[in-house]
Design a protein around this ligand. Structure first.
Ligand code: GTP
Ligand code: MG
Length: 231
């Protein structure tokens, strides 16, 4: 199932081959963790693929992408919702970089209206955008705002010409917060809710940054390399 959906999204790439090359590619892209850097301006990055991270405030966006970049504090995190207040661009690898991660403010009750407008403008205009990662808290599941965001993002997934400008990948965070005997049911419910709201959204990658070692990071790195077609 995952295979078929990946194949669809990658427009015909052979699955087995994709996973082999992607695995090596992910190793290469993320091997030099010291070279990840915050970019104040994104003007000179027109040829570098970009990935966008979204999710409700406090879901763990910045923490998860620190883990992906192999850094503890590059992206600012906080126990208080609303820490990230603008679109922040991070280069992966030495200048000019292999790809750029864009960390965004959280949406939801504590998100602000203008953050939404900023996000939409970005989705509509950013040609280099390859994949949007939407994160859900394993313990909280999806609420109405999450469902609305999935439906909203779905509108951008297929253009009028029938092409797919970018793909949408779901990620479940904070799996450690769900008691082990309830994990399977919680994940099944989240998958069902994601599919109901956005059938084109790729099935979730499970993660936890509180486990030692953090869980799901390699899978996410491979997924990123795949999205950017880095061989
Ligand atoms: N238990 C647990 N806590 C986590 C995990 N990931 C992040 N957190 C905690 O969740 C809180 C919010 O993390 P952030 O990464 O700042 O969340 P965010 O989605 O970037 O938040 P905003 O920028 O405010 O939208 C912090 O206290 C993190 O330590 C996880 O996997 N498990
Ligand atoms: Mg944040």
């Amino acid at each position: 199932m995952l295979c078929e959906r990946s194949q669809f999204v990658l427009q015909g790439l052979k699955c087995r081959r994709t996973f082999v090359t992607v695995s090596k590619a992910a190793e290469k892209v993320f091997s030099d963790t010291s070279s990840a850097a915050f970019l104040a301006a994104a003007g000179n990055l027109n040829s570098v693929p970009q990935l966008h991270v979204t999710g409700r405030a406090n879901v763990g966006k910045s923490t998860l992408f620190n883990a992906v970049l192999g850094r503890k504090t590059l992206l600012h995190t906080s126990s208080k919702a609303g820490r990230t207040r603008e679109l922040n661009f991070y280069r992966v690898g030495k200048d000019p970089g292999k790809l750029v991660l864009v960390d965004a403010p959280g949406y939801g009750a504590r998100g602000k209206r203008e953050w939404g407008e900023l996000f939409d403008g970005y989705l509509e205009t950013r040609k280099q955008l390859r994949r949007v990662y939407i994160l859900f808290n394993a313990k909280h599941g999806l609420n109405e705002t999450d469902t609305s965001m999935l439906q909203h993002l779905s509108q951008y997934l297929i253009s009028k010409e029938g092409t797919q400008p970018f793909t949408l990948q779901s990620v479940i965070t904070k799996v450690d917060l769900v008691p082990s005997n309830q994990v399977a049911a919680a994940i099944a419910q989240i998958k069902k809710d994601i599919f109901a709201a956005a059938p084109l959204c790729l099935p979730p990658i499970l993660t936890s940054c509180e486990m030692d070692p953090a869980f799901g990071i390699e899978t996410l790195r491979k997924n990123i390399a795949e999205a950017c077609e880095l061989a």
